[in-house]
Write a protein that binds this ligand. Structure first.
Ligand SMILES: *Cc1c(COP(=O)(O)O)cnc(C)c1O
Length: 414
């Protein structure tokens, strides 16, 4: 047991039933018996709890948007549409999915670099807000708006002149393909206003996967003052300011959950003491992984167990083609173990060190590296947690002809 590597913390809200991991009150073995393996299971009850807790912590007037790229699975998306105030999309494909999930067009906003003319056209026709990422994209949107005879709803995405400290993925503060530099914003907004299009406001997104409340609070304060400064330059109050998000979830050993109560308190103070020009502005947070990441579990069955040079490998029927992020190949510098468990031996103490691997012919296909686990064998089921965001949707399902895993949304509690 001495050479075990630590695993990330198992998210709260998961219980055991008859010695097994249960999701939504159903045992892992029953889920796999009914739906097959590998399987993504998302818990509606955990999604509800997450939203309710977050709303409880945040100022009442703050909107919460869901960045659907984290998990676009239709039943999850439909569930989220009912829980949040807005859906943030990043492609024409996501627009189709959001509308199919009955998100209202006036609650959808469309960000992302490289929007094609067809995507701009369908967004304007649907009546969604487009977060304009460059002066030339603005020109294209305005001329498509004029062609269609519809009033385009346009916000300007700003590349902030600061970043979110401690974020896993920086999306501001330096040369970036996202948004436009601060010095280009006022002229672009003035052009939108002069054209007769509907100027919705600003979108300022500084980074992702931050766990430190202090850093998020500082970024939110900087974002609000930047929005005020830009509004002064424009000479008009924005209806809406999207403050970005960046709330992370604990994936790895020593990661700690973000303190949303502290962030909510600070935001309350900031929103009750706004610069005059923002006093009538509606603010929103856009969150992806924080809302859905911990509500999902990837279940995969062990098909072989073998020893090699003194090490034990549990070989599963899943792998990085479904859970690329857990293998460490989706934007991490150093590979560390996601939270994982033997779902069918959930209550047993860990008494051996095993590497849990997928079925792909590549050494990259590592789900858990030398982790301490209870003894498990062929037929047991492995659970990889934090699979609700950037799991199925961000993995190369066609690699090696494997195909996608089944996904289900389960509604039971516990
Ligand atoms: C990806 C993305 C998000 C969601 O990021 P998370 O880390 O999942 O919260 C939010 N806003 C924008 C603009 C994004 O590109």
């Amino acid at each position: 047991m001495s050479k075990a590597k630590p695993i990330g913390p198992i998210p709260s809200g998961y219980r055991s039933l008859g010695g097994e991991l249960a999701i939504g009150g159903v045992k892992a073995s029953a889920l796999v018996a009914e739906h097959g393996s590998p399987l993504f299971v998302y818990s509606g009850a955990l999604l509800d709890t997450r939203l309710a807790d977050l709303r409880g912590a945040m100022p009442a007037q703050l909107q919460i948007h869901y960045a659907m790229k984290a998990n676009p699975y239709a039943p999850v998306l439909e569930h989220m549409v009912d829980l949040v105030d807005g859906i943030d999309i990043a492609s024409g494909g996501e627009l189709v999915m959001a509308l199919a999930a009955e998100a209202k067009a006036e609650r959808i906003s469309f960000a992302g670099p490289g929007k094609r003319d067809e995507e701009l056209r369908s967004a304007i026709q649907a009546g969604v807000t487009i977060n304009i990422e460059s002066p030339s994209e603005c020109d294209r949107a305005l001329s498509i708006g004029a062609e269609t005879g519809l009033q385009a709803r346009l916000a300007v995405r700003v590349n902030p002149d600061f970043d979110l400290k401690g974020s896993g993925m920086k999306m501001g503060g330096g040369a970036k393909q996202f948004g436009m530099d601060v010095d280009l914003v006022a002229a672009t907004v003035k052009k939108i206003l002069a054209s007769g299009a509907h100027w919705r406001g600003f979108h300022i997104f500084a980074g992702s996967q931050a766990l430190k409340a202090e850093a998020i609070i500082e970024t939110q304060a900087q974002t609000i003052s930047l929005a005020a400064k830009l509004a002064e330059q424009v000479g008009q109050s924005p209806e809406h300011v999207n403050l970005g998000g960046g709330f992370g979830i604990p994936y790895f050993p020593n990661d700690e959950a973000v303190d949303v109560v502290e962030i909510g308190r600070a935001l309350n103070r900031q929103l009750s003491d706004l610069p005059e020009i923002l006093s009538g502005t509606q603010f929103a947070l856009e969150l992806g992984r924080y809302l859905v990441g911990e509500a999902g579990v990837y279940l995969t069955q062990i098909v072989d167990r073998k020893e090699s040079q003194g090490e034990t490998f549990l070989i599963t029927d899943g792998g990085l083609h479904h859970q690329l992020a857990a293998s460490g190949n989706f934007g991490t510098v150093i590979r560390r173990n996601y939270p994982a468990a033997i779902a069918t031996q959930y209550d047993k103490p860990s008494d051996e060190v095993v590497s849990i691997v997928g079925c792909l012919c590549t050494p990259l296909d590592l789900l858990s590296d030398r982790a301490a686990m209870p003894a498990a064998d062929v037929g047991d089921i492995v659970a990889i947690f934090c699979a609700g965001a950037y799991g199925a949707t961000a993995s190369p399902a066609n690699f090696l002809g494997q195909g996608p895993a089944k996904e289900i949304l389960i509604h039971g509690a516990g």
